[in-house]
Design a protein around this ligand. Structure first.
Ligand code: GDP
Ligand code: MG
Length: 197
C-alpha cells in the first residue's frame, strides 16, 4: 500500500479510550526489542512514526495510528522485559486481553518473532489469547537479514515447532527485514487480504 498519510491518533488503556473510528484495524505485538518500531516505520515509510510509542508515559499503552484515513494500526506494548513487577505484568495482561476480546474492528494481530530466537512463554501466551479471542495471527520473523539464506528454512522450521499447537500446519510466516525492506510487499499483501470486506 502506498502510505500518503500516517498520523498518531491517541493512546489508550481501556475500551472507552479507544479511538471511535470504525475502520479496519491491525495490531502489532512482540517481545521488546524484536524490531516492532522498525517494522512499523518500514511498512509505513515513516521513520519517526513508532517513536511516539517510546515517549515516556506511552510505552505501556496501546498506541493508535491512522493511515490514509482508512486503516488503523495499533502498536501494542512490547513484552518480556526482565525485572518487570508482577503488578505491571498483570496490568499489561488485562489491557491486552481486553483489547483482543473487545475490539470488534480488529482484523488480525501481526506477531513479531526474532528470526534468531526460539519463541518463548510470552509469545505462546499471546498466541493462546489470540486463539481464545478468535483473532487471526499474522506471523512475521524479523531481522531475517541476520540469517544466511541457506539456513533460513531450518531456523523457521524449528521456531514454528515451538508454537505448533497454535498454528495451522500450512502456516507461511512472512520473513522480514526492516534493514533491506525484504518482506514488505508480502506483509502488505497479507494485511490487504485480511482488511478487505
Ligand atoms: N539487522 C536488523 N536489525 C533490526 C531490524 N529491525 C530492528 N532491528 C534492530 O533491533 C533493535 C530493536 O529494534 P526496535 O524496532 O526498536 O524494537 P522494538 O523494541 O520491538 O520496537 C534496534 O537496534 C534495531 O535497529 C532488522 O530487520 N534487521
Ligand atoms: Mg518499540
Amino acid at each position: 500500500m502506498k502510505v500518503s498519510s500516517a498520523k498518531f491518533i491517541k493512546s489508550a488503556v481501556k475500551p472507552e479510550q479507544y479511538p471511535d473510528k470504525n475502520l479496519p484495524e491491525i495490531a502489532f505485538a512482540g517481545r521488546s526489542n524484536v524490531g516492532k518500531s522498525s517494522l512499523i516505520n518500514s511498512l509505513t515509510g515513516r521513520k519517526g512514526l513508532a517513536q511516539i510509542s517510546k515517549t515516556p508515559g506511552k510505552t505501556r499503552l496501546l498506541n493508535f495510528f491512522i493511515l490514509n484515513d482508512k486503516l488503523v494500526f495499533t502498536d501494542m506494548p512490547g513484552y518480556g522485559f526482565a525485572n518487570v513487577p508482577v503488578s505491571e505484568k498483570s496490568k499489561w495482561g488485562k489491557m491486552v486481553e481486553t483489547y483482543l476480546e473487545e475490539r470488534k474492528q480488529l482484523k488480525a494481530v501481526v506477531l513479531l518473532l526474532d528470526s534468531r530466537r526460539a519463541p518463548n512463554e510470552d509469545d505462546r501466551l499471546l498466541l493462546d489469547w489470540l486463539a481464545h479471542a478468535e483473532v487471526p495471527a499474522i506471523l512475521v520473523f524479523t531481522k531475517i537479514d541476520k540469517i544466511p539464506k541457506t539456513r533460513r528454512a531450518g531456523h523457521i522450521k524449528s521456531a514454528l515447532s515451538a508454537i505448533s499447537e497454535f498454528i495451522e500446519e500450512d502456516t507461511r510466516p512472512v520473513l522480514y527485514s526492516s534493514l533491506t525492506g525484504e518482506g514488505k510487499r508480502e506483509l502488505w499483501a497479507v494485511i490487504r487480504h485480511v482488511t478487505v470486506g
